[in-house]
Every structure is written in structure tokens, then in C-alpha cells.
Design a protein around this ligand. Structure first.
Ligand code: GLN
Length: 198
């Protein structure tokens, strides 16, 4: 891999454009991913915020769920924000019926745990592995992580709830750094992708 990793954004639903822009700023070559062939061509993948039940349904419809599972199992670096975090959870506490996840992080998530749309908020969040002070966490109908398994590392908590987790080459946050001008988490992820490609 050259020093510019190719990082895809799963572009089925959600805030795809914001992630593409954040990845560009973080020094990656960003690409939208909708088809299995496009998935094959990336060194890392972002699963955006949006609505996890819709993303799950569309992933099945577009024939992407199994290819996604297979690539994540074989070590594709992935970063999920909010709905994307839910997609990376091995288990959802309160799934809609038929709701699937890609999995990859040994954690149990609770959807909409921080409340409804009108209870969305911003808070300063100190994230391990992100130097330079807290990041501005934007929480929109955000999940939290109820519990993690032994392989997963907690990177951040907000008011006693786990909001950022890393397991090997998989990263997940309850909040949306792509909606702020601060792209340190995208830079962290781009670094993970570079490292995995060595
Ligand atoms: N509550 C949404 C879900 O279950 C996530 C919201 C978001 O991504 N901002 O998918």
C-alpha cells in the first residue's frame, strides 16, 4: 500500500459525504462503497451514522452483508460511527426484528440509549489514543455499549457509559466526529489502515 490508503465509506444510507470529506482531510483517498467489487478495492472501510435498521436491510438487498462479514473477519480495518457502531457490534441488545449486523467487535450495544432525536447533545469526550485533548462528541440518537468482551478495549466513556471501543483493526464511536471540523479520529483510523497494510 502507498502512504495514501484507500478508505471506503459504506454508502447505502447515512452521512456518507461528511465521512468522505473527513477522510480526505485525514490524508486518505476516500471512495463510496455500494457494491461488492467496490468493497474489494479498499484498504479500510467506514460505516457511517444514519439508521442501522435501514443500513442492515440495504446491505442484505445489495448483496453486501456476507462480503462485509467475510472481509472484516479477514482483518479489513473498519470504523463505525453511531449506526455504524451498531453495525460492528457482535450483539444488539434491542434489535428490530430481522436486524443484522456485520459484527467484528465483541460488544453488546443498546440502540438509542442516550434518548430520542430531540435529546441529542454535544459533549467533550476524552478518547484514549487521540492526543491533544478531548474531542467534541456529537451524539444523535446515539447508542452506548453495555459491555465489551475481553478482546475489546474501551477508549472512551461519557457519564459512565462506554462510547468508544477498539478491537484490533476495528474502531467504533457512539458519536459523529465527521460532523465536526476535528478529524483526529479519522486520522487515528487512517493510521490503523496504514499499519494493517504493512
Ligand atoms: N439510532 C440510530 C440507529 O439505531 C443511530 C443514529 C445515528 O447514527 N445518528 O441506527
Amino acid at each position: 500500500m502507498s502512504s495514501t490508503p484507500v478508505i471506503g465509506v459504506l454508502a447505502l444510507q447515512g452521512d456518507v459525504r461528511e465521512h468522505l470529506a473527513a477522510l480526505d482531510t485525514a490524508g486518505a483517498a476516500a471512495r463510496a462503497v455500494r457494491r461488492p467489487e467496490e468493497l474489494d478495492a479498499v484498504d479500510g472501510l467506514v460505516l457511517p451514522g444514519g439508521e442501522s435498521t435501514t443500513i442492515s436491510k440495504l446491505a442484505v438487498l445489495f448483496g453486501l452483508l456476507e462480503p462485509l462479514r467475510a472481509r472484516v473477519r479477514s482483518g479489513l480495518p473498519v470504523y463505525g460511527t453511531c449506526a455504524g457502531m451498531i453495525m460492528l457490534a457482535d450483539k444488539i441488545l434491542d434489535p428490530r426484528s430481522g436486524q443484522e449486523t456485520v459484527g467484528g467487535i465483541d460488544m453488546i450495544v443498546r440502540r438509542n440509549a442516550f434518548g430520542r432525536q430531540n435529546e441529542s447533545f454535544e459533549a467533550a469526550v476524552e478518547v484514549r489514543d487521540v492526543p491533544g485533548g478531548p474531542v467534541e462528541g456529537v451524539f444523535i440518537r446515539a447508542p452506548w455499549v453495555e459491555s465489551v468482551g475481553a478482546a475489546a478495549e474501551v477508549l472512551a466513556e461519557h457519564e459512565g457509559h462506554i462510547v468508544a471501543v477498539r478491537q484490533g483493526t476495528a474502531l467504533a464511536t457512539s458519536f459523529h466526529p465527521e460532523l465536526t471540523g476535528d478529524h483526529r479520529l479519522h486520522a487515528l483510523f487512517a493510521g490503523m489502515v496504514r499499519q494493517a497494510g504493512r
